[in-house]
Design a protein around this ligand. Structure first.
Ligand SMILES: C[S@@+](CC[C@H](N)C(=O)[O-])C[C@H]1O[C@@H](n2cnc3c(N)ncnc32)[C@H](O)[C@@H]1O
Length: 299
């Protein structure tokens, strides 16, 4: 049996009781180590907490070596640990499909994910549209497929959760060209980089999916002792020092409920300016007022 086990967001003890029982009974335990990281734990502390070896599974192993992970799992129980919830990233459905093809039973043990824990900032999960990802731009590669999705969300007034790039085990172009297996230190996109890239794309596209004055919320280190939120315009957050990773960004949609606003005021020291930015932003994508036909009365 293959068990996909969500670890939650922060501490080794965030695993569920059932998840922990299964980890203890499994033959091999893998930790998916490239789509997210725990805020207050790492491989060592997990090994101590579980009292057993944890094998790091990098992208290469999961994407091209999945048969190694799945070896003998018709007879043995294998645990595949995922930070957050196993379905909080698109990556793991491949592994499940491969397991099914091999006739291996699969079970998921769920946990908190960034996808639902962002509700802690006070914006209602029900008011979110499509989640998008933003990758680090290079001089020659600035993928902007998120732009159309943000536009679609904002057209119908919904908030957008932007998940920010993580680069682990990346080789520099030079090392790659020379065939040297030397990896760069891990990189995690911060809030100011994400906002600057958003502004750069709007400048290029010019379709006003958003503007520099569009209100956003920076979400940092969710679920950890240093969790923090910051509300401000895109222009302001482009200069914000968000500190240690991980970070996510939320761009507001037009449908901001009064209670959401009241909650967000705690994350800005410029309450009135933030309120005005939200009101001004609500003018974008506003549906035209309905035109009612004059009723005809006859007797
Ligand atoms: C590809 S997603 C993986 C989500 C994970 N499987 C889950 O369910 O939470 C990783 C991205 O989510 C965001 N993220 C994950 N954990 C976070 C946290 N604790 N605080 C802020 N953002 C987080 C970051 O933008 C990070 O790059």
């Amino acid at each position: 049996m293959l068990y996909l086990i969500g670890l939650g967001l922060s501490y080794e003890s965030d695993i569920t009781v059932r998840g922990l029982q299964i980890v203890k009974q499994c033959k091999r335990v893998y930790l998916e180590a490239y789509t997210s990281i725990l805020m207050a734990a790492d491989q060592d502390s997990l090994e101590k907490f579980y009292g057993r070896e944890v094998i790091l599974a990098d992208r290469e192993l999961v994407e091209t070596g999945s048969d190694d992970i799945l070896a003998n799992s018709q007879e043995d129980d294998i645990a595949f640990l995922v930070v957050g919830d196993p379905f909080g990233a698109t990556t793991h459905t491949d592994l499940i499909i491969r397991a099914r093809e091999l006739g291996i039973k699969v079970e998921a043990i769920h946990n908190a994910s960034v996808m639902n824990a962002v509700g802690a900032c006070g914006l209602q999960l029900y008011n979110f549209g499509q989640t998008v990802s933003m990758v680090f731009f290079t001089e020659t590669w600035k993928p902007d497929s998120f732009y159309n999705k943000v536009m679609e969300n904002r057209r119908i007034g919904l908030h957008t959760l932007l998940l920010l790039d993580i680069k682990v085990k990346e080789q520099s172009i030079e090392n790659m060209a020379r065939g040297r297996l030397i990896y760069e230190p891990p990189r995690y996109m911060d809030i100011s980089t994400a906002c600057q890239q958003l502004l750069e794309v709007e400048e290029l596209r010019g379709e006003q999916a958003y503007t520099p004055d569009t209100p956003c919320v920076a979400v940092s280190r969710l679920g950890s002792p240093t969790q923090s939120f910051k509300a401000g315009t895109l222009r302001e957050l482009a200069k914000y020092d968000s500190g240690e990773p991980l970070h996510s960004l939320i761009m507001l949609g037009r449908q901001v409920h009064e209670l959401e606003m009241d909650y967000l005021y705690a994350y800005t020291d410029k309450k009135e300016e933030f309120k005005q930015a939200v009101l001004a932003d609500q003018e974008f994508f506003k549906p035209p007022p309905p035109v009612f036909e004059e009723e005809e009365f006859s007797d």
